[in-house]
Design a protein around this ligand. Structure first.
Ligand SMILES: [Zn+2]
Length: 691
C-alpha cells in the first residue's frame, strides 16, 4: 500500500513538474488552476529551503518555528504587528505610496499613470513579505485573505509571457532596455515574496506568478544576448532565483543566477546604451569579475545584495573561487569599511580606490565620516543578510556577531519607536551645523518617496526570530538571544522544543530550558559574542569546563532531556571603543558600547542650546548603566558626566588656548533610539580628554 502511494505521488509529481515547465505558455488564470499542496517537488509548508543545499553548514529553521515571547524583540514584533505593517500597508495601498494603484492600472482594474519610483513594485513585494511573516506567527486569516486578493491583482497585471513590471508596462518602455528601471530588483523581490508565501501557506497562486516570470527571464537571458551583456543593476534577482531553484528544483533558475554573477565585471567601465552615465565601473561592481575581487565596491545596497546572492549560489555549487572572493570582500567590509554600528555605505557621493565615481557607496578604506556617512538603512540590512548567508555556509560566529550588531543598531535606527516614521540614512553624528544631504532628515519622516528602506526593515524585524536559531548535522545553534520559544525539528526530523528566558540585551543572563528532545546525544551550540570578554556556561546548575574563545560557538554535546536548563552568563560591561588610527575621522574619539548596543549622546539629555560639537568625554569618568522603563520605550541608559566647552570660538582655524569647561550630568542612550524626542543633535563618537 505504501509503495503504491509512493508510486502515485511520483507519477503525479512528474506530471505536475511537466505542467509547471509549460507555465510560460499559459495564461495566468490557467496556472492558478494548478493547485497542489504536497505532490510536486516543491517544499510545501517548509521554509528550510537550504536544508538540502550541499554547501550549507548551518541550515535555516522554518519561519514561524521560533516566536519571540518576551523582552526586546517580542516588543519590537508587537509594534511591527500592530503598527508598522498595517500602517505601511495603508500607505502603499493608498494614493500616498501608489504601489497597489500601479498594479491595478496594469491589471486594467483602474485608470491612471504609473507613479512612484521604478522599484516600487519591489517595495510592495517586500511589504507583502512582511505581512506573511506576521501571519506565520499570529495565523491571522485576515492577512491571508488580503494577500490572496493582492496576488490576484498582481496576477492580472502579469503579461502573457510572464513579464511583470508596472513601471515598464505603464510607461510603455521596451523591456530590459535600460537597467536603471530596476527590473531585476523587482523580479528578485517578487520571487522572494512568492516563495515565502508558498512556504508559509502552502499555496501556489503567488509562486506560479513568480515561476512564470522567472521562466520569461530565463528565455531573455539564456542564451545571453550581446545587447544585455551588462544588464542588472540592483541584483536581488540572484537571491530570488536561488530560492526558486531550492523550492522547485528546476536547475534553470540556479543556472540563471550564476549567469548574472558571470555577467558582472566583464565590461569596461564606460557607458553603454543600456547603462547610464556614471553608473559604471566600481559603482556597479563592473571593474572586476566577482571571483577576482578582494574589495567591497560601489553602491552599498547593490554590492551587498550581489554578495548575498553570490553566497547563495556558492551554497549550491561549492565553487571555491566564489567563496574565496566573498571571504576577502567580507574581510574588507568588516575591517576597513564598516561603521561601529554595523552600517555600510561610507558616503553619498565619493570615489572608489580606482578613482571611479561612486554613489551611496563603499568608498576607500578607512574613510568613515560621522556626519556625512550615508549608511542607507537598506545597505545595513543587506549587510546582515550577507552575513546570515556567510554564517550558513561557514558556521562561524563572527558572521552572527555582525548580524546582531546591525539588528540592534544600524537597522533599528531606521524606524521610530512608534513604528511609523523612517530614516533613509543613518549617520553617526547629526548636527544643525552640517549641511544635510537630500535623503538626510532632521527627524524621521512618515513617508519617503524612495521607499526601499522601510519595508526592508519591517520585513527584517518580523522575520528576526527565524535568524535566532540554525540547525547543524546533529544539533541546534543559538545565534541570537532574546525571550523566545522554539518548536522545530532537527535535521534528522526529531522534535526539539526549547525556551529562552532573558532580558538581553539589557541583561546578560540567558536561561534556556529544553522542553522536548530526542533521547540520543546531540549538540547545542551557543554563540559567545566577540564583545564578551568573559562568560560562563552551566547545565542544570553545574558549571561547564569550556575553553572556547569569545567570538566562537561553544558546543555542548550530551544526552539532553526534558527539563534540562542551560545558563549562559555574558558580561554587560560598558566599553569605551576607539577606531583604528587610520580612520582620520575618529582619531582621539571614543564610542561607547554595552553588550551589542552602541550608545550615543543626544541633545535632549544636555542643557538647552548645548551644541553636540562642544561635548567631550573624559576617559576616567564613571558610567552607570540604569534600566529605565519610562525612557524611550524601556532602555538601559548610561548615566555619566560629560565635559562641555564654554568658550565659543569662531572661524575656520583658531588658536588653541585654555578652554573653559563645564561638567554636565547626562545619560547616553542607545543609538537606535535617537531622534524620538523631537529635533535633536546626536553623536556616537566623542572627543576624548585623557584625564
Ligand atoms: Zn533603501
Amino acid at each position: 500500500m505504501k509503495i503504491l502511494k509512493q508510486l502515485f505521488t511520483l507519477i503525479f509529481s512528474v506530471l505536475l513538474l511537466i505542467s509547471c515547465k509549460e507555465l510560460p505558455k499559459q495564461n495566468h488564470s490557467k496556472t492558478l488552476a494548478i493547485n497542489t499542496d504536497s505532490s510536486i517537488d516543491v517544499t510545501v509548508n517548509n521554509t528550510k529551503t537550504n536544508t538540502k543545499s550541499p554547501y550549507v553548514k548551518f541550515k535555516n529553521i522554518n519561519i514561524g518555528d521560533c516566536v519571540w515571547t518576551d523582552g526586546f524583540w517580542a516588543d519590537k514584533f508587537k509594534v511591527a504587528e500592530e503598527v508598522m505593517v498595517p500602517n505601511m500597508g495603508t500607505l502603499l495601498k493608498g494614493d500616498v505610496g501608489h504601489a497597489l494603484n500601479n498594479f491595478k492600472i496594469a491589471a486594467g482594474l483602474k485608470k491612471g499613470k504609473h507613479k512612484g519610483m521604478n522599484w516600487h513594485d519591489g517595495d510592495f513585494y517586500k511589504w507583502m513579505e512582511a505581512s506573511m511573516y506576521v501571519y506565520a506567527i499570529n495565523k491571522d486569516k485576515k492577512i491571508l485573505k488580503e494577500l490572496d486578493e493582492l496576488i490576484t491583482i498582481i496576477g492580472k497585471a502579469q503579461l502573457e509571457n510572464g513579464f511583470l513590471q508596472t513601471q515598464i508596462q505603464l510607461k510603455k518602455i521596451k523591456p530590459f532596455s535600460e537597467r536603471r528601471f530596476h527590473e531585476m530588483y523587482n523580479s528578485g523581490h517578487l520571487y522572494i515574496a512568492a516563495i515565502t508565501h508558498h512556504k508559509i501557506t502552502g499555496k501556489r497562486n503567488f509562486l506560479d506568478i513568480a515561476m512564470k516570470h522567472a521562466n520569461n527571464l530565463y528565455e531573455v537571458f539564456q542564451p545571453q544576448p550581446k545587447d544585455k551583456m551588462r544588464f542588472g543593476f540592483n541584483q536581488v534577482q540572484i537571491m530570488g532565483l536561488v530560492e526558486l531553484y531550492r523550492t522547485t528544483k528546476d536547475k534553470r533558475y540556479l543556472e540563471l543566477a550564476e549567469i548574472f554573477i558571470n555577467m558582472r565585471g566583464k565590461s569596461k567601465p564606460k557607458p553603454h546604451p543600456s547603462v547610464r552615465y556614471r553608473m559604471v565601473g566600481d559603482m556597479t561592481q563592473e571593474r572586476k569579475p566577482l571571483r577576482k575581487s578582494d574589495e567591497a565596491v560601489g553602491h552599498a545596497v547593490l554590492a551587498l545584495y550581489y554578495y548575498a546572492g553570490a553566497t547563495d549560489v556558492y551554497a549550491e555549487t561549492g565553487e571555491k573561487a566564489l567563496i574565496d572572493a566573498l571571504d576577502k570582500i567580507w574581510g574588507n567590509i568588516v575591517n576597513q569599511k564598516m561603521f561601529v554600528t554595523g552600517a555600510c555605505g561610507q558616503k553619498h557621493d565619493g570615489g572608489s580606490s580606482n578613482r571611479d565615481f561612486v554613489h551611496e557607496a563603499f568608498t576607500i578604506d578607512y574613510e568613515m565620516h560621522n556626519a556625512h556617512a550615508y549608511n542607507e538603512t537598506c545597505a545595513n540590512i543587506c549587510n546582515a543578510m550577507f552575513n546570515y548567508r556567510m554564517l550558513s555556509v561557514k558556521g562561524e560566529a563572527k558572521y552572527a556577531d555582525v548580524m546582531e550588531l546591525v539588528l540592534y543598531n544600524s537597522a533599528l535606527s531606521g524606524i521610530s519607536l512608534e513604528g511609523k516614521d523612517y530614516f533613509y540614512t543613518n549617520p553617526l553624528r547629526r548636527t544643525f551645523d552640517h549641511k544635510m544631504g537630500i535623503t538626510d532628515y532632521a527627524n524621521r519622516v512618515p513617508y519617503i518617496s524612495c521607499f526601499c528602506c522601510p519595508p526592508n526593515l519591517v520585513r527584517t524585524i518580523v522575520k528576526s526570530s527565524a535568524w535566532a536559531y540554525s540547525l547543524t548535522k546533529n544539533g541546534i545553534v543559538v545565534n541570537l538571544y532574546g525571550g523566545n520559544k522554539l518548536d522545530t525539528k532537527l535535521i534528522d526530523n526529531s522534535n526539539i522544543k526549547l525556551r529562552q528566558e532573558t532580558q538581553y540585551p539589557w541583561d546578560g543572563n540567558i536561561k534556556i530550558t529544553i522542553d522536548e528532545c530526542k533521547s540520543e546525544v546531540f549538540d547545542v551550540l551557543l554563540r559567545i559574542p566577540d564583545w564578551a570578554s568573559t562568560y560562563s556556561v552551566s547545565v542544570n546548575g553545574k558549571a561547564q569546563k569550556i575553553t572556547a574563545k569569545s567570538g566562537t560557538y561553544v558546543t555542548i554535546n550530551r544526552q539532553w532531556k526534558k527539563g534540562d536548563i542551560i545558563t549562559l552568563k555574558l558580561p554587560m560591561d560598558v566599553k569605551l571603543l576607539e577606531g583604528n588610527p587610520k580612520i582620520e575621522e575618529v582619531r582621539n574619539q571614543t564610542a561607547i558600547k554595552r553588550g551589542p548596543i552602541v550608545y550615543c549622546l543626544e541633545t535632549p539629555d544636555l542643557p538647552k542650546n548645548t551644541n553636540i560639537l562642544d561635548t567631550y568625554f573624559s576617559i576616567n569618568t564613571p558610567i552607570k548603566p540604569v534600566f529605565k522603563s519610562d525612557v524611550l520605550g524601556g532602555v538601559t541608559t548610561l548615566e555619566t558626566t560629560v565635559k562641555v566647552r564654554k568658550d565659543k570660538k569662531k572661524g575656520m582655524y583658531r588658536e588653541l588656548k585654555d578652554v573653559a569647561w563645564e561638567d554636565v550630568e547626562t545619560q547616553f542612550v542607545p543609538y537606535f533610539s535617537w531622534s524620538n524626542r523631537g529635533n535633536a543633535e546626536m553623536t556616537v563618537w566623542m572627543p576624548v580628554i585623557w584625564e
